[in-house]
Design a protein around this ligand. Sequence first.
Ligand code: NDP
Ligand code: GDR
Length: 321
Amino acid sequence: MSKTALISGITGQDGAYLAQHLLSLGYEVHGILARRSSPTTWRLEYLNILDKITLEEGDLTDASALLRIVLNCKPDEVYNLGAQSFVATSWAQPLLTAQATGLGAMNILEAVRQVRPEAKFYQASTSEMFGGMKEFPVQSETTPFHPRSPYGVAKLFAHWTTINYRESFNIFGCCGILFNHESPLRGIEFVTRKVTDAVARIKKGKQKDLHLGNIDVKRDWGFAGDYVKAMHLMLQQPEPDTYVIATGRTTTVRDMCKIAFGHVGLNYEDYVVIDPKFYRPAEVELLRGDPSKAYKKLGWKAETSLEELICMMVDADLKRV
Ligand code: NDP
Ligand code: GDR
């Protein structure tokens, strides 16, 4: 008998890669589709899996819809990836972010608790929860949290709610504290994709320059295709737990630009314009994860280097442009 998985956020970067991974393992895959005025399934089409999954209409802010969906599809595993996930937007829309990213997790956990308590649950936690922890240059499962954005605060609520449901109701709830992960399917507003798309356009003469904010911040970037495998592995363990998923290497936005422009024979300094518009009210200066627990317990490690990742993204954008 094949297992059934339910994914919120299936139209997002991770949702699409996770659906592809679970299909390859023989799962029946259902996804929650939030109603929008235009189609949002381009990533599922890009991976050629749209006709292999079942989409269920619903929204993380609508507890009754989640109850109906969980009741109908009877999942063995629930992956909560849905969120307002763009950090910069969370200052402009803090309440929406709290509703979808924070309370949304509790809504779907409630549906699981009430009608499918035996289902295993994955919560998409984030390195943004560490935020301003400057005295911890490497962050692990035991590093204290200090979120620096409404998004980080909402994610921390969802993170602790998952742990609380594990401890209070015996729900098999796992939290993956994932550091930044990117791919050709990354949303265009996130910095890596913004850069690789601009590199392709500049190379093809369709764009003159690239406006960025603070390029001295450091991030631990990996490939989304590697990271979704860790989500699945967490739910196959005998006990629910929390894991940091990262590469262990940190790089500035500036050096990431150097790699991207360098890949097509250009110098980033000739094109990047620093624009205060893209500075954030509070910044997370440095993220570097310690993935040793994930390696030890899950046998997981990042397979794709930053250079391979950025070149893969530039090449995909060159094709698109
Ligand atoms: P994306 O922004 O690409 O995808 C977010 C998904 O959530 C989309 O499918 C979106 O739907 C859906 N969504 C948004 N609001 C709602 C809502 N109210 N109800 C139902 N669905 C909703 O994110 P990623 O794939 O990059 O990330 C997946 C998860 O992992 C997110 O929770 C993110 O916060 C978290 N995360 C991501 C990291 C990363 O580096 N990528 C790192 C750590 C955590 P639609 O397409 O219709 O907008
Ligand atoms: P982040 O990703 O905020 O880390 O959240 P993003 O790519 O948006 O920013 C990374 C860093 O780059 C700096 N930066 C810019 N960022 C954007 N988007 N645009 C710019 O022009 C720009 N210039 C500099 C930012 O200030 C920031 O420091 C991502 C999301 O996927 C979250 O959902 C996830 O939880 C975290 O990663 C881990």
